[in-house]
Structures are given as structure tokens and as C-alpha cells.
Design a protein around this ligand. Sequence first.
Ligand SMILES: *[C@@H]1O[C@H](CO)[C@@H](O)[C@H](O)[C@H]1NC(C)=O
Length: 340
Amino acid sequence: MDLLSALSSRRPSSLIGTLLACLAIILLSRRLIRLRHSRSLKVPYNQERVVILGASGGIGRAIAHKYAARGARVCVIGRREVELAKVVEECRAFHLSHNTGAIRAGGSTIFSVAADFTNVEDMVHIRSTVEAEWKGLDTLIVCAGVSALCPLMEVAGLERHGQTFTPAQATMEGIQRTVNVTNAAVKGNYVGPLVSAVTFIPLLASASASPSILLVSSLAAVIPPPTRSLYASTKAASLMLYQVLAIEHPEIAFTHFIPSTVEGDFRTSAVDSGRVREAEPNKHGLKREAVARRCVEAVDEGERMVFMPVILGRGGQIGQLFFPAVVEWIARRKYRFSAI
Ligand SMILES: *[C@@H]1O[C@H](CO)[C@@H](O)[C@H](O)[C@H]1NC(C)=O
């Protein structure tokens, strides 16, 4: 029965049945398209060359483990040298314990470069090192970033009492401090991904049989969260940047990964030195390991926009369209924010 006759028959059960059938067909065809993608035919797991920016902790570190465990060549980048050395050790152990019988194309299998991904000189150095070791790159994972946790007027040094503030106005110094904090957020969440893309896109496009870039973004970049104005707006900027780049570079498979709250110490390094507000992110947050697994799967299957969990992301988007006030209420509750 087609949709029109189902609609005209006025039998709710047949209408629901038709809608379910449509949904099943859509989901099945998406699955088939993904199967056709089968990147591993072009880039076998044990020959994949992967650079991970922001690998000294959190999601990046867990992603490094995943790639190492299936025999990939992995270059881990981060600012904390001591932690990076540990990540290299862990990756080598994973790599050995899962002996994949890899045929090496030469170059180091696992290595690290201590670098700041917002620093142009550092990034060009990484590119030369990767080119010298591997003669190219297949997968770029961009998951470095900074957090910011305060309402904007608090960053400016104002205390709020309903509609009035102490001091009554933002001072020159307070506004300047807000600009300084914003610059740090822009640097970590926007300039870093920008420099990464400009540095690596030509190498990926020219020297891989199936080039991929994964950006770890955030649900905050899509659904406005109170107390996260600087974090959300800078993450939104880099998400939009990568969405545009995906259109400008169809030869590269872009994955935009959008998780909700993830466990870990990411929030403790906030550029505004704000406090964590949501209820125990380490208990209720997504597990890093699960997030890393989903990231690798999304790259393998060439998925464009991936929400985790799907229900929060897509539900939030649909909610924003039809019940924006409800989505705002949920966001206020999650961040325990009250405007009074
Ligand atoms: C803002 O940053 C500038 C340059 O880094 C610094 O000289 C200044 O003291 C900072 N101002 C505030 C209010 O934090």
C-alpha cells in the first residue's frame, strides 16, 4: 500500500505500518550505502596511517589505543610530553598483544610529537615528520580542545542578582578579561582545528587511497547550553568550518562526531577557571572507551554526522524545531542554571 492510499484509508494502523516500512527502507538503504563505502578494502587496518591531535588524554588517548590494537600506524600529538610517552608505551603494548601479521611499509609504527595544534610551526613540523616516516597520511583525528564553564557575565567579574549586578556595570578590566578568555577559547577550539585542516588536507588528499578526517565536536555546538557560551560558540564555529570543508573537499570523508557529556578531566582545565555544574559527569557521562569505539567505526564507515547518544542529538534537534522551550528547560536543568 502506498503512502497516499494509506493516508486516504483513514485507518491509523495501516498508516503507521506504511510509515514504519518507509523508515525501514531508509535505514536499510543507509546501511547498504555504508557497506559500499568499505574503506578497509582501500586502506587495510594494518596499513592505515593515523595522526591523532589531542592524544595525551581523554577521548584521543582511547582512540589511539583502538587504532594501535588493530595494527595501524599511529602518531600521537599532545602538549604534555610525560603523558604522551605513556600513550606511546600503551599503544606499543596494544600493538604487540594483537599481532596482526602486518606487512610494514617502513617507518616507525607508533611515535609521538609533543606539539600545540594551534602553533603553525609545530604543525608543519609534524607534517614533515609524518611524511618522512610514512610518505603520507590516511586518517586525521582532531580531538584537542579547551573547556569553558562560566556564564559570560561571571567571566567579566560580575555577580548577578536577578536583573541587577555587582558591580553595576562590567569594568574595563572585566571586559578585557572576557576578551582574553575568549581568545583562549577561540584558539583551542577554532584556530587549532583550522590550522590542522589547512596543514593536512593536501597531504591527505594526495597521498591516501581513502582519506578521512574526524572532528570531535560536542552536543553543545548544536544545542545551546547555559554557562557554556564560550565553549559552545567556539565549538560551533569549528563544526561549521569542517562542514564547509567537507563540501569543498568531497575527495576526503569528513566525520563530525557529536557526543553529549563524556567522563574525564577535560572540564578541569577550563580557560575561564569555572566550576563543573552538571551532576557528576564522571558517573553519568559517556565512557571514553565507548566514544572511541564509535569514533573509529564512524571513520571506517564514512559516516558524516554522528550523534552519541543518537536520541539526545537527533531528539534535541527535532525538539529545537518543534518545542524549543522544552529543550531550553532541559538544558537549564542539566547545567543547574537559574536566571534568578
Ligand atoms: C589580557 O591579556 C593581555 C595580553 O596577554 C595582558 O597583558 C592583560 O593583563 C590581560 N588582561 C586581563 C584583564 O586579564
